[in-house]
Design a protein around this ligand. Sequence first.
Ligand SMILES: N[C@@H](CCC(=O)N[C@@H](CS)C(=O)NCC(=O)O)C(=O)O
Length: 212
Amino acid sequence: MPVVHGVNLSPFVRKVRVALTEKGIAYELKPVLPASDEFEPMNPLKKIPVYEEDGFAVPGSSVIIAYLERRQPNPPLHPRDDRQFAQALFLEEYADTKLTDATLPFVVENVIKPKLLGGAPDLAALDTARAAQGPVFDYLESRLGTHTWAGIIGGRFSVADIAIGCPFVSLQQGGGVLDAARWPKLARYIRVLHSRPSFKGLIEEEAASLRG
Ligand SMILES: N[C@@H](CCC(=O)N[C@@H](CS)C(=O)NCC(=O)O)C(=O)O
Protein backbone atom coordinates (compact mmCIF):
# COMPACT_ATOMS: atom_id res chain seq x y z
CA MET A 1 0.00 0.00 0.00
CA PRO A 2 1.30 3.53 -0.78
CA VAL A 3 2.64 5.54 2.15
CA VAL A 4 2.29 9.25 2.89
CA HIS A 5 5.20 10.37 5.03
CA GLY A 6 4.30 13.35 7.21
CA VAL A 7 2.18 14.56 10.09
CA ASN A 8 -1.52 15.24 9.97
CA LEU A 9 -1.46 18.92 10.99
CA SER A 10 0.61 19.93 7.95
CA PRO A 11 -1.60 21.62 5.31
CA PHE A 12 0.60 20.10 2.59
CA VAL A 13 0.15 16.59 3.98
CA ARG A 14 -3.58 17.32 4.23
CA LYS A 15 -3.60 18.38 0.56
CA VAL A 16 -2.24 15.02 -0.53
CA ARG A 17 -4.55 13.07 1.77
CA VAL A 18 -7.63 14.92 0.43
CA ALA A 19 -6.49 14.20 -3.15
CA LEU A 20 -5.94 10.50 -2.37
CA THR A 21 -9.38 10.26 -0.76
CA GLU A 22 -11.03 12.01 -3.72
CA LYS A 23 -9.37 9.50 -6.04
CA GLY A 24 -10.28 6.58 -3.81
CA ILE A 25 -6.65 5.49 -3.34
CA ALA A 26 -5.97 3.68 -0.06
CA TYR A 27 -2.75 4.70 1.73
CA GLU A 28 -1.01 4.57 5.06
CA LEU A 29 0.10 7.73 6.92
CA LYS A 30 3.57 7.30 8.44
CA PRO A 31 4.40 10.03 10.95
CA VAL A 32 7.74 11.66 10.25
CA LEU A 33 9.00 15.02 11.42
CA PRO A 34 10.35 17.33 8.73
CA ALA A 35 13.96 18.52 8.69
CA SER A 36 15.33 15.23 10.06
CA ASP A 37 18.53 13.86 8.52
CA GLU A 38 17.12 10.33 8.11
CA PHE A 39 14.38 11.83 5.97
CA GLU A 40 16.80 13.60 3.59
CA PRO A 41 17.29 10.69 1.13
CA MET A 42 13.55 10.78 0.39
CA ASN A 43 13.40 14.55 0.00
CA PRO A 44 16.56 16.66 -0.23
CA LEU A 45 14.41 19.64 0.83
CA LYS A 46 13.65 17.71 4.05
CA LYS A 47 10.01 18.75 3.83
CA ILE A 48 6.81 16.78 4.27
CA PRO A 49 4.89 15.25 2.55
CA VAL A 50 6.63 12.51 0.60
CA TYR A 51 4.50 9.90 -1.18
CA GLU A 52 6.04 6.45 -1.49
CA GLU A 53 4.78 3.80 -3.86
CA ASP A 54 6.64 0.48 -4.06
CA GLY A 55 9.83 2.14 -2.84
CA PHE A 56 9.54 5.07 -5.28
CA ALA A 57 9.52 8.38 -3.39
CA VAL A 58 7.70 11.45 -4.71
CA PRO A 59 8.34 14.64 -2.68
CA GLY A 60 6.19 17.79 -2.61
CA SER A 61 2.41 18.07 -2.51
CA SER A 62 1.94 19.60 -5.98
CA VAL A 63 4.29 17.07 -7.57
CA ILE A 64 2.52 14.23 -5.75
CA ILE A 65 -0.92 15.34 -6.95
CA ALA A 66 0.35 15.72 -10.54
CA TYR A 67 1.82 12.21 -10.25
CA LEU A 68 -1.46 10.80 -8.88
CA GLU A 69 -3.27 12.43 -11.78
CA ARG A 70 -1.11 10.41 -14.20
CA ARG A 71 -1.43 7.21 -12.17
CA GLN A 72 -5.19 7.45 -11.72
CA PRO A 73 -6.81 10.06 -13.97
CA ASN A 74 -10.33 9.65 -12.55
CA PRO A 75 -11.86 11.58 -10.99
CA PRO A 76 -9.72 14.34 -12.50
CA LEU A 77 -8.22 16.97 -10.21
CA HIS A 78 -6.50 18.86 -13.03
CA PRO A 79 -9.04 20.55 -15.35
CA ARG A 80 -9.03 19.14 -18.90
CA ASP A 81 -9.33 22.59 -20.51
CA ASP A 82 -5.85 24.07 -21.05
CA ARG A 83 -6.64 27.53 -19.70
CA GLN A 84 -8.55 26.22 -16.70
CA PHE A 85 -5.62 23.88 -16.06
CA ALA A 86 -3.26 26.87 -15.96
CA GLN A 87 -5.64 28.80 -13.69
CA ALA A 88 -5.99 25.87 -11.31
CA LEU A 89 -2.24 25.38 -11.06
CA PHE A 90 -1.75 29.08 -10.39
CA LEU A 91 -4.32 29.03 -7.58
CA GLU A 92 -2.61 25.95 -6.16
CA GLU A 93 0.68 27.86 -6.12
CA TYR A 94 -1.01 30.93 -4.62
CA ALA A 95 -2.61 28.83 -1.86
CA ASP A 96 0.68 27.04 -1.12
CA THR A 97 2.49 30.36 -0.66
CA LYS A 98 0.50 33.55 0.08
CA LEU A 99 -2.53 31.85 1.64
CA THR A 100 -0.37 29.52 3.70
CA ASP A 101 1.70 32.46 5.00
CA ALA A 102 -1.54 34.15 6.12
CA THR A 103 -3.01 31.11 7.89
CA LEU A 104 -0.45 28.47 8.95
CA PRO A 105 1.08 30.59 11.77
CA PHE A 106 -2.25 30.35 13.62
CA VAL A 107 -1.96 26.62 14.19
CA VAL A 108 1.84 26.75 14.61
CA GLU A 109 1.83 29.53 17.21
CA ASN A 110 -1.47 28.81 18.99
CA VAL A 111 -1.46 24.99 18.97
CA ILE A 112 1.75 23.26 17.83
CA LYS A 113 4.21 25.35 19.83
CA PRO A 114 2.31 25.67 23.13
CA LYS A 115 0.53 22.29 23.17
CA LEU A 116 2.86 19.93 21.32
CA LEU A 117 6.34 21.46 21.58
CA GLY A 118 6.01 23.21 24.92
CA GLY A 119 7.10 26.61 23.60
CA ALA A 120 5.70 30.13 23.69
CA PRO A 121 3.81 31.52 20.70
CA ASP A 122 5.54 34.13 18.60
CA LEU A 123 3.01 36.97 18.74
CA ALA A 124 4.80 38.95 16.03
CA ALA A 125 4.39 36.01 13.63
CA LEU A 126 0.66 36.00 14.35
CA ASP A 127 0.44 39.76 13.70
CA THR A 128 2.28 39.36 10.40
CA ALA A 129 -0.09 36.56 9.33
CA ARG A 130 -3.16 38.56 10.35
CA ALA A 131 -1.93 41.59 8.39
CA ALA A 132 -1.38 39.41 5.31
CA GLN A 133 -4.95 38.11 5.30
CA GLY A 134 -6.82 41.16 3.89
CA PRO A 135 -5.31 41.20 0.39
CA VAL A 136 -5.20 37.40 0.13
CA PHE A 137 -8.83 36.91 1.17
CA ASP A 138 -9.88 39.85 -1.08
CA TYR A 139 -8.20 38.16 -4.04
CA LEU A 140 -9.87 34.80 -3.39
CA GLU A 141 -13.26 36.51 -2.89
CA SER A 142 -12.79 38.21 -6.27
CA ARG A 143 -12.13 34.85 -7.96
CA LEU A 144 -15.41 33.34 -6.76
CA GLY A 145 -18.54 33.68 -8.88
CA THR A 146 -22.10 32.86 -7.97
CA HIS A 147 -21.90 29.27 -9.18
CA THR A 148 -18.46 28.30 -8.03
CA TRP A 149 -19.15 26.92 -4.56
CA ALA A 150 -18.34 23.41 -5.72
CA GLY A 151 -15.19 24.46 -7.58
CA ILE A 152 -13.41 27.80 -7.95
CA ILE A 153 -12.39 26.95 -11.53
CA GLY A 154 -15.48 26.62 -13.70
CA GLY A 155 -17.61 25.31 -10.83
CA ARG A 156 -15.86 21.90 -10.94
CA PHE A 157 -13.87 20.54 -8.03
CA SER A 158 -10.12 20.59 -8.75
CA VAL A 159 -6.68 20.75 -7.21
CA ALA A 160 -7.23 24.50 -6.73
CA ASP A 161 -10.07 23.79 -4.28
CA ILE A 162 -7.99 21.25 -2.37
CA ALA A 163 -5.08 23.66 -2.11
CA ILE A 164 -7.29 26.56 -0.95
CA GLY A 165 -9.36 24.48 1.47
CA CYS A 166 -6.39 23.00 3.36
CA PRO A 167 -4.81 26.17 4.82
CA PHE A 168 -8.25 27.26 6.05
CA VAL A 169 -8.35 24.10 8.19
CA SER A 170 -5.07 25.27 9.76
CA LEU A 171 -6.55 28.73 10.37
CA GLN A 172 -9.56 27.26 12.14
CA GLN A 173 -7.47 24.81 14.17
CA GLY A 174 -5.45 27.77 15.41
CA GLY A 175 -8.51 29.78 16.45
CA GLY A 176 -8.37 32.15 13.48
CA VAL A 177 -11.59 33.46 11.98
CA LEU A 178 -12.69 34.06 8.41
CA ASP A 179 -15.03 37.06 8.67
CA ALA A 180 -18.15 36.04 6.71
CA ALA A 181 -19.47 39.62 6.71
CA ARG A 182 -16.34 40.90 4.93
CA TRP A 183 -15.74 37.86 2.67
CA PRO A 184 -19.21 36.27 2.22
CA LYS A 185 -18.46 34.25 -0.92
CA LEU A 186 -15.18 32.94 0.43
CA ALA A 187 -16.78 31.95 3.74
CA ARG A 188 -19.57 30.08 1.98
CA TYR A 189 -17.12 28.41 -0.41
CA ILE A 190 -14.92 27.20 2.45
CA ARG A 191 -17.98 25.90 4.32
CA VAL A 192 -19.05 23.89 1.27
CA LEU A 193 -15.50 22.59 0.69
CA HIS A 194 -15.01 21.52 4.28
CA SER A 195 -18.29 19.60 4.23
CA ARG A 196 -17.05 17.32 1.42
CA PRO A 197 -16.41 13.83 2.84
CA SER A 198 -12.71 14.02 1.88
CA PHE A 199 -12.20 17.16 3.99
CA LYS A 200 -14.73 16.37 6.71
CA GLY A 201 -13.12 13.05 7.60
CA LEU A 202 -9.69 14.62 7.99
CA ILE A 203 -10.97 17.64 9.92
CA GLU A 204 -12.62 15.28 12.41
CA GLU A 205 -9.56 13.02 12.62
CA GLU A 206 -7.24 15.96 13.23
CA ALA A 207 -9.56 17.48 15.85
CA ALA A 208 -9.60 14.14 17.66
CA SER A 209 -5.78 13.92 17.56
CA LEU A 210 -5.55 17.44 19.03
CA ARG A 211 -7.89 16.48 21.87
CA GLY A 212 -5.42 13.66 22.57
N1 LIG B 1 6.14 22.99 -1.37
C1 LIG B 1 6.12 21.93 -0.39
C2 LIG B 1 6.03 22.58 0.99
C3 LIG B 1 6.05 21.56 2.09
C4 LIG B 1 6.35 22.19 3.43
O1 LIG B 1 6.74 23.36 3.54
N2 LIG B 1 6.15 21.38 4.49
C5 LIG B 1 6.48 21.85 5.81
C6 LIG B 1 5.52 21.29 6.85
S1 LIG B 1 3.92 22.05 6.76
C7 LIG B 1 7.86 21.35 6.16
O2 LIG B 1 8.17 20.20 5.93
N3 LIG B 1 8.70 22.21 6.74
C8 LIG B 1 10.00 21.84 7.18
C9 LIG B 1 11.08 22.76 6.72
O3 LIG B 1 10.75 23.77 6.06
O4 LIG B 1 12.23 22.46 7.01
C10 LIG B 1 4.91 21.03 -0.65
O5 LIG B 1 3.97 21.48 -1.33
O6 LIG B 1 4.93 19.86 -0.23
